[in-house]
Write a protein of this length. Structure first.
Length: 481
């Protein structure tokens, strides 16, 4: 895409109101007092309080400068508090450290949060904190750090439950080996301790598998494991799409392929984009005959409706899709694709029909023909919005060829950018360039020109056996003579 033809709109950061700043300062002061009070009550070194406050400030910096949805401070803090409280209770009961399922928390953080920054920082905070709880032992901190870093490394990008079980077995073995190296002694005498550390790793993986769905629900996020379960075409909604609206089903498949490839090119979550694209048009299940991919070519339902009524029917598929998704208890991360895949873009076709049919003394408001929004707020939902529009426009071409496809792709992406549909996401001009290249390549593969096969000469094929039959009959006559 020629970036010179695109207006480079810079997003202005929104300033905080005085009341919001006051609440933030009061909240930070209250949190500081609470941390030091807990340190005093629990007889924990105040250096730990200072360390946790410094990490909180850094988290807050990430929260303000990166994707707000990905860095909600409450979610990782909740995981840390569970870990901290569990460790403190074990220490009060004077139980050994191998009773603590420490590695479960870094594994959960890695699976639940999209960037590795959060699990690594959580691991650091937890290792230092728990070392204070268990008597300021440096070797305990090292053991926790090794276990946490290894657990993060083993489950990053995990798509199968067996990967988590395998990670637990490896973590258990490494924990036992680390304890042996950190606390050398009689191997036979400490066999029970080594076995306990090994079983601790396996127990961590079981805890993760058992609680993962709960944390997904609480944090309103989704993991690769759940996404792959949603990709099964025997899922009720996808099965209905396949049987009841095959046109929309095929459209969703192509949008999913386009979105996945584009997200891989820009280092976004490709699996999330593909599954979100599968479900983005489920609202068309309610009135499928009003959408072009499901209509009879000879007639259209919209011929009998006014442009305003047609607009309402078309726009309503977003609302109906959200209601259907909620009834089916789809994850909020998937519902975002249904909600945002049109942004607040204009239903241009029916808007033009309304303008052309209106009388001179009447005026058509463009806002009345726009989707209610919201605009995409992540790279993945923005890519699906672009793929949805590009696929529909390319399908409408009478004679698709590489030049026309490239022109349509550039035009659609430029128009969406200029219309402000990408203002709330983090896509850059370089990302848009990569996305357009991927779209052009895949669409050219789908709509490539096929060679014309020569027609078989049926008449000649019939004549040849006839001649052979006549020769055969002459021979028979000779034999008979």
């Amino acid at each position: 895409m020629n970036t010179q033809t695109v207006n480079n709109k810079k997003k202005q950061p929104q300033g905080m109101s005085p009341s919001m700043r006051t609440r933030e300062i009061v909240g930070f002061l209250f949190g500081t007092i609470l941390v030091f009070t807990l340190c005093y009550v629990l007889h924990i070194n105040t250096l730990l309080g200072l360390f946790l406050l410094s990490l909180t400030i850094y988290f807050k910096y990430l929260y303000l400068t990166h994707n707000r949805l990905a860095y909600k401070l409450l979610n990782p803090s909740f995981l840390f508090v569970i870990n901290f409280v569990t460790a403190y209770w074990l220490a009060q009961q004077k139980l050994p450290i191998f009773y603590l399922p420490y590695a479960a928390f870094p594994m959960l953080a890695t699976l639940l949060f999209p960037r590795l920054t959060i699990p690594f920082l959580l691991n650091l905070a937890a290792a230092v904190s728990l070392a204070f709880i268990f008597g300021n032992k440096l070797l305990v901190e090292v053991l926790f750090l090794i276990s946490g870093i290894l657990s993060i490394t083993l489950v990053v990008g995990a798509r199968r439950r067996f990967t988590i079980i395998k990670a637990g077995l490896i973590i258990g073995f490494v924990q036992a080996l680390s304890y042996l190296l950190l606390y050398p002694g009689d191997l036979i005498k400490h066999t029970t301790v080594y076995s306990a550390f090994f079983l601790n790793g396996l127990a961590c993986s079981i805890i993760v598998l058992g609680t993962l769905s709960i944390f997904e629900y609480l944090f309103k996020t989704i993991t690769n494991i759940t996404l792959l379960e949603l990709s099964d075409f025997n899922q009720p909604l996808l099965h209905r799409l396949m049987l009841e609206v095959p046109g929309t089903y095929h459209h969703s498949l192509i949008v999913g392929n386009l979105s996945e490839a584009a997200c891989e090119a820009i280092n976004a979550n490709a699996l999330l984009a593909r599954i979100g694209a599968y479900y983005h048009d489920i609202g068309k299940l309610e009135k499928p005959e009003y959408f072009s991919e499901n209509q009879d070519l000879s007639q259209s339902k919209h011929d009998e409706l006014s442009p305003t009524m047609s607009k309402l029917v078309i726009m309503n598929h977003v609302k109906e899709g959200i209601e259907l998704a909620k009834r089916s208890r789809l994850n909020p991360a998937i519902i975002n694709f249904i909600h945002q895949h049109h942004g607040n873009s204009l239903v241009y076709y029916f808007y033009r029909r309304a303008v052309e049919s209106v009388e001179e003394d009447q005026k058509i408001q463009e806002e009345g023909f726009r989707y209610p929004g919201p605009k995409p707020n992540s790279k993945e939902t923005a890519v699906v919005l672009l793929a949805d529009s590009v696929e529909a426009a390319t399908r409408a071409l009478k004679e698709p060829n590489p030049a026309k496809i490239e022109e349509v792709v550039h035009k659609i992406i430029n128009n969406k950018f200029i219309d402000g549909q990408l203002d709330e996401c983090e896509l850059t001009l370089k990302d848009l360039e990569q996305i357009s290249k991927v779209f052009i390549r895949i669409l050219n593969s789908i709509y490539h020109v096929r060679i014309t096969y020569p027609e078989a000469n049926v008449e000649n094929n019939h004549k040849k056996p006839a001649k052979e039959n006549s020769h055969q009959s002459d021979k028979d006559k000779e034999v008979n003579l």
